[in-house]
Design a protein around this ligand. Structure first.
Ligand SMILES: Nc1ncnc2c1ncn2[C@@H]1O[C@H](COP(=O)(O)OP(=O)(O)OP(=O)(O)O)[C@@H](O)[C@H]1O
Length: 306
């Protein structure tokens, strides 16, 4: 693991209004870092600063340890981005569209087109006109364009926006494959936490231009783990033991000899020991993951997303 991107004390103002305020951030190679925040939180502006589509008002950006102009220019060649919808030509095929951008951007090697189409599972539709694509296919073609430079860091601004659940799952699967097999580090934004929770390794929560919290996926899970589920041979006997020895922990008996405790995360060893000592066989005892969406709403407020 090494640091690919480092941002220090970054500010961006538009007509004196802060779009970004004192952003400090590090992205390590191998991360799938999810930038989560409501509309207007500053996600797109941050991405545009990294890709030099807008200029920061203050602060520094380093790519691969370099923040000088030449170093940043070199580093940006290893960054692929899909920030706003690329303006594909409706009457061009997928392949023709990519060829147009390959020439426009002066990218070497036509094989980059085939590889990018393959990476996003669009080879079968390479000769289909863009206007005949579904929204999910359009998004994947945008992703292919971002992948044509074989980036080490991929920046994606709400790539699942407007997609149906199947389209969202497809993009998630693609990102996971790119990350695991091609070792692409990914910085991705969304305003829906639940969309990213199965793939992200790190969460960066933004609100009103500021980073309000940064957590690894593991830390987020720890924070939201509240319940303990126990599987026993005899739930009736187990409930008697719980009431006698752990009167402060509310519980519910579930089908399949399961008992769900509201709390007790710090007492799993003790629970195990006491139940065994009282003649109850414990087959498993585990913390259950909490509701990450709830955590996000608690942190940032706002509406619940599906
Ligand atoms: N070109 C601009 N001129 C003036 N203000 C801008 C400009 N671009 C963005 N802003 C403002 O900066 C703030 C951050 O916007 P930004 O688009 O970065 O948020 P976001 O988190 O990406 O939101 P969304 O989820 O809606 O894309 C907002 O208040 C927005 O109105």
């Amino acid at each position: 693991m090494h640091c690919i991107l480092e941002i220090k004390a970054l500010n961006k103002t538009y007509q004196e209004a802060y779009a970004l305020r004192d952003i400090n951030l590090q992205i390590e190679s191998g991360d799938i870092a999810a930038l989560i925040g409501k509309n207007g939180a500053g996600k797109t502006t941050l991405f545009k600063c990294i890709t030099e589509q807008v200029f920061p008002s203050a602060g520094t950006i380093s790519l691969y340890g370099r923040q000088d102009d030449a170093g940043l220019r070199k580093g940006r060649r290893s960054v692929g981005a899909m920030i706003e919808e690329p303006a594909f030509f409706p009457d061009f095929t997928a392949r023709q569209n990519l060829e147009y951008f390959r020439q426009q951007r002066g990218l070497a090697g036509k094989d980059s087109i085939e590889q990018a189409l393959k990476d996003v599972n669009l080879l079968h539709a390479a000769n289909k006109k863009f206007k005949a694509f579904s929204l999910g296919m359009k998004q994947r073609l945008g992703l292919a364009l971002a992948l044509m430079t074989r980036p080490e860091l991929l920046i994606l601004d709400e790539p699942t926006n407007g997609l149906d659940p199947e389209g969202k799952a497809e993009i998630r699967q693609l990102l996971q494959t790119l990350n695991e097999e091609k070792k692409v580090t990914i910085l991705i934004s969304s305003h829906v936490l639940s969309e990213l929770q199965s793939v992200a390794t790190r969460y960066i929560f933004m609100d009103q231009g500021k980073i309000v919290e940064q957590l690894t996926a593991e830390e987020l899970l720890q924070k939201t783990r509240r319940n303990v589920e126990i599987v026993v041979d005899d739930s009736g006997k187990a409930s008697t033991v719980l009431e006698k020895h752990f009167p402060g922990i509310p519980y519910r008996i579930l089908p399949g000899h399961r008992i769900l405790l509201s709390g007790g995360m710090d007492k799993t060893d003790q629970l195990n020991r006491v139940l065994h000592a009282q003649g109850v066989s414990v087959f498993s005892i585990a913390a259950t993951g909490g509701d990450l969406e709830e955590y996000y709403l608690g942190l940032l407020g706002g509406e619940r997303h599906a």
